[in-house]
Design a protein around this ligand. Sequence first.
Ligand SMILES: C[S@@+](CC[C@H](N)C(=O)[O-])C[C@H]1O[C@@H](n2cnc3c(N)ncnc32)[C@H](O)[C@@H]1O
Length: 282
Amino acid sequence: MDLGGAYQKGAPIRSLYNFRVLLKFCDELGFFLAEEFFWYNPSKLPSPIEWVNKRKIRVKDAVNTVWWFSKTEWPKANIKNVLTPYSDRMKKLLENPDKYYKPKDRPSGHSISETFSNDNGGAIPSNLLQISNSESNSLYLRRCKLLNIQGHPARFPEKLPEFFIKMLTDEHDLVVDIFGGSNTTGFVAEKLNRKWVSIEQSIEYVASSVLRFLSDDFSKEKITKIYNDIINLGYIGLDSVNCQMNLFDIIKTEKTAHNEAEYAPVRKVDRMPLKRLGVPAG
Ligand SMILES: C[S@@+](CC[C@H](N)C(=O)[O-])C[C@H]1O[C@@H](n2cnc3c(N)ncnc32)[C@H](O)[C@@H]1O
């Protein structure tokens, strides 16, 4: 769960909501905090303008908290899937361990054995994830421009869901994003050969999220039809995208459908992914 920090209204003091969410999830809902991550986004703009730019009494926020909640104390995870490139110094050490390093006990008493100089294919990542959010020319944005619609204003950089999908799931596992937005998560999951379900309350965001999945050879006319079908009908037939998408799910609930007529066709679509996921329909 990715949560940005926020200030209380009208005062330069922080809201504690993200910490309250954390405690509520663990104390009341039975989740465990497997690990906390901090997503450092160097390209984040300064805000709020009043405290940071105008009065200059607070620094700019550049870190979101990402709570990794688990249902058990031993959730599946494999950091070998998210190793980061070695530093230049470490590369030199691996090339010539004897020159740079002798196995010995550290002053702390911690013993560093010879395995320290083993090449494991990369370094262990830390829980500070430095990922810029500066996408400006993706297929998604180009398609939004083509249709003259606004892209989703709070998209993840792909690298963020990619890190967690790789670390926490295997191929063919199911990835669910309950606040799908432009469906960056589903798009990355698809690329990594995972099944995915994305849930989003705004039909406009659902419709534009589909643009991510339409390959370059789709004409403007066809893209426009697909977008409008979703807005007007609440669904598209898979045939209209020529089965480009292996698993394209639009899930809308009774609560978010505006009327029965809208809900009915959505239900039809709703059952399809469940079948594809091997869950009995109904
Ligand atoms: C921060 S955005 C997520 C953006 C997404 N990670 C992306 O990369 O595009 C959160 C989204 O959650 C949606 N949302 C908020 N409350 C919701 C609810 N109760 N059910 C479904 N979607 C909801 C909002 O419409 C918004 O698009």
